[in-house]
Design a protein around this ligand. Structure first.
Ligand SMILES: Cc1cc2nc3c(=O)[nH]c(=O)nc-3n(C[C@H](O)[C@H](O)[C@H](O)COP(=O)(O)OP(=O)(O)OC[C@H]3O[C@@H](n4cnc5c(N)ncnc54)[C@H](O)[C@@H]3O)c2cc1C
Length: 299
């Protein structure tokens, strides 16, 4: 019996778990294996079995920036919860577990009279996903507030604590790879007025409601913004709003959001992304780079 089969038998690793419900697009196939981990001790025990070294790995946060292939992911998915979603405060330093939801972190900080993380309220991901993607909006990015993130190499079990420079964080980028797992992240905030913080949060949520297709199936901005113009404005200016593949269409509200209907497949999303990328290149000469990540697709 392989170590992985033993873990499956012990109920520590699950087999053939649908990933669609764990993503914001709600499409895609199963994970061949999935381990839900509640604390560092269980994570270290899993690493010690050696199973991480012999399978493709995916650390899944809140699935708000991912498209999982309809065939699923033929490796081991690690999903953190429990103790990994906790937040600690020490003066103005806030250490959040990587599974902590960003909107909750934004609101909790404001309630404590701590300012600076309000921009997280509109980003429906986790702290781990935000560090990996250097998520940002409203003029702020994760790297602006990050002091350091603790990261464990899932293949070797080695941990490190790195700040934004060592992580090479730039626009929607870091050097965190698929074998790395963000354990937690410490952010610097400032003391400030909770009422002002709540006003800022309302301003951000109102702006999002007015400008983005809230309440729909999507994964946020599909493409990174090219240097001169936002990807949404560019796609819109080329008349591509409403362009559709299967049950996925370019949103009429914001052209960098591709909204899925109930019948959508992940292949519809992938094809629409390819088609829009090709049309934009043909019509404007601009190469758009996807911000959303494709998991389990053949290259
Ligand atoms: C409606 C909507 C609005 C959005 N608006 C914004 C926005 O304004 N700005 C913005 O930047 N993004 C936005 N996004 C995208 C998304 O929410 C962010 O990229 C977010 O940071 C992803 O976090 P996640 O937990 O969902 O990551 P996932 O989608 O689960 O994963 C994304 C990547 O991060 C990795 N990852 C996740 N957790 C960890 C971890 N603990 N350790 C290591 N790697 C990890 C995954 O392996 C994957 O590579 C939006 C998405 C939606 C649906």
């Amino acid at each position: 019996m392989t170590p992985l089969n033993r873990l499956v038998e012990q109920g520590k690793v699950l087999e053939n778990v649908p990933l669609g419900p764990l993503t914001s697009y709600k499409s895609g196939g199963p994970a061949r294996y999935l381990a839900e981990i509640e604390d560092m001790e269980s994570l270290r025990a899993l690493i010690a079995t050696g199973v991480m070294a012999s399978h493709p790995l995916l650390v899944l946060g809140r699935g708000s920036n991912l498209v999982v292939a309809d065939a699923g992911f033929a490796g081991l998915v690690i999903r953190l919860r429990g103790g990994f979603a906790e937040t600690r405060f020490e003066g103005t330093a806030v250490t959040a577990g990587s599974a902590a939801p960003l909107p909750r972190l934004a609101r909790t900080c404001v309630d404590q009279g701590l300012r600076g993380l309000e921009f997280f309220v509109g980003i429906p991901g986790s702290v781990g996903g935000a560090v990996r993607q250097n998520a940002g909006c409203f003029g702020s990015e994760t790297k602006d507030r990050l002091v350091e993130a603790r990261i464990i190499d899932l293949r070797t079990g080695t941990t490190r604590a790195d700040g934004p420079d060592a992580l090479e964080m730039s626009y929607r980028h870091s050097n965190i790879g698929s074998d790395d797992l963000v354990i937690d992240a410490t952010f610097e905030t400032e003391r400030g007025d909770a009422g002002e913080g709540r006003r800022k949060i309302r301003e951000i949520t109102r702006w999002r409601r007015d400008n983005q297709p809230g309440g729909t199936l999507n994964a946020g901005s599909v493409f990174k913004n090219p240097p001169e113009i936002s990807a949404g404005e560019l796609i819109d200016s080329l008349g591509l709003k409403g362009h559709r593949v299967g049950d996925v269409a370019v949103s009429d509200k914001h052209a960098n959001f591709f909204v899925a209907g109930p019948e959508a497949t992940s292949e519809d999303v992938r094809r629409l992304v390819e088609e829009i990328k090709d049309r934009v290149l043909e019509l404007s000469g601009t190469i758009l780079e996807p911000e959303i990540q494709f998991v389990g697709f053949r290259k």
